[in-house]
Design a protein around this ligand. Structure first.
Ligand code: PEP
Length: 251
């Protein structure tokens, strides 16, 4: 059966010392606790090796927030999936709306990144989600379906089975405006139905679909109680243990 996952996305926050401190605190907070979900922290590249080294890998998985769409070579400033894997990280967040919007990541580029991530034994946490105008004009289901189809549906069923999806309505990210539990469930059920049509029941039922967008201690329980919401991708509320632990414990 699919896993419940609570994944933090630190974005471009915390210098190395602050990030290591936060990872240590989270590791301590989880020690001896029974947790009903997998916990992941998505750090900036420069933190990956240090953080992967200090956390208990049975309790906390480490994620990069991006990787290059090239294998290696003359791509100044880029970080390859192989490099990410060599740090001990296990996941890569791909297709976050901030990367799509500010760094012009297209479906094609994301398809390449997903392929390289999988080829290096990493799990993509693949983000999808509509902007406000798309929801208001009732295009949100079409938009989300296209994002999935255009970047992921050339994968074999075996490879698709390694993907984690994160539905993140862009209007809810960092805005304090969360999708209602009913809106989240409606979209997650639609996504799962889309997966059933392409890959069948087994793959669809085994795919974890996380919700992201201003999820926090106050709303996580209600969001996660929906049958098709298998956890969260958490931005702001992952930046301190006090805020992140209650989200983890919402399962
Ligand atoms: C995110 O960065 O993926 C996110 C959901 O951010 P926030 O929780 O701050 O809305």
């Amino acid at each position: 059966m699919r896993k419940n996952i609570v994944a933090g996305n630190w974005k471009m926050n915390k210098n190395l010392q602050e990030g290591v401190e936060l990872a240590k605190e989270l590791n301590e907070a989880l020690k001896g606790k029974t947790i009903n979900c997998d916990v992941v922290i998505g750090t900036p590249f420069i933190h990956l090796a240090a953080v992967a080294n200090i956390v208990d890998s049975d309790k906390i998985g480490v994620a990069a927030q991006n990787c290059a769409n090239k294998v290696s070579g003359a791509y100044t400033g880029e970080v390859s999936a192989e490099m990410v894997a060599s740090t001990g990280a296990k996941y890569v967040i791909l297709g976050h709306s901030e990367r799509r919007a500010y760094y012009h990541e297209t479906a094609e580029i994301l398809k390449e990144k997903v392929g390289l991530t999988l080829a290096n034994g990493l799990t993509p946490i693949f983000c999808i989600g509509e902007v406000l105008e798309e929801r208001e004009s009732e295009k949100h289901f079409d938009v989300v379906k296209s994002q999935i189809v255009d970047s992921l549906f050339e994968l074999s069923a075996e490879d698709f089975g390694k993907i984690v999806l994160a539905y993140e309505p862009v209007w809810a990210i960092g805005t304090g405006k969360t999708a209602s539990p009913a809106q989240a469930q409606e979209m997650h059920a639609f996504i799962r139905k889309t997966l059933v049509e392409k890959y069948g029941n087994e793959v669809a039922n085994n795919t974890s679909i996380l919700y992201g967008g201003s999820a926090n201690a106050d709303n996580a329980k209600e969001l996660f109680s929906n049958p098709d919401v298998d956890g969260g991708l958490i931005g702001g509320a992952s930046l301190s243990v006090d805020k992140f632990m209650p989200v983890i414990e919402a399962f």
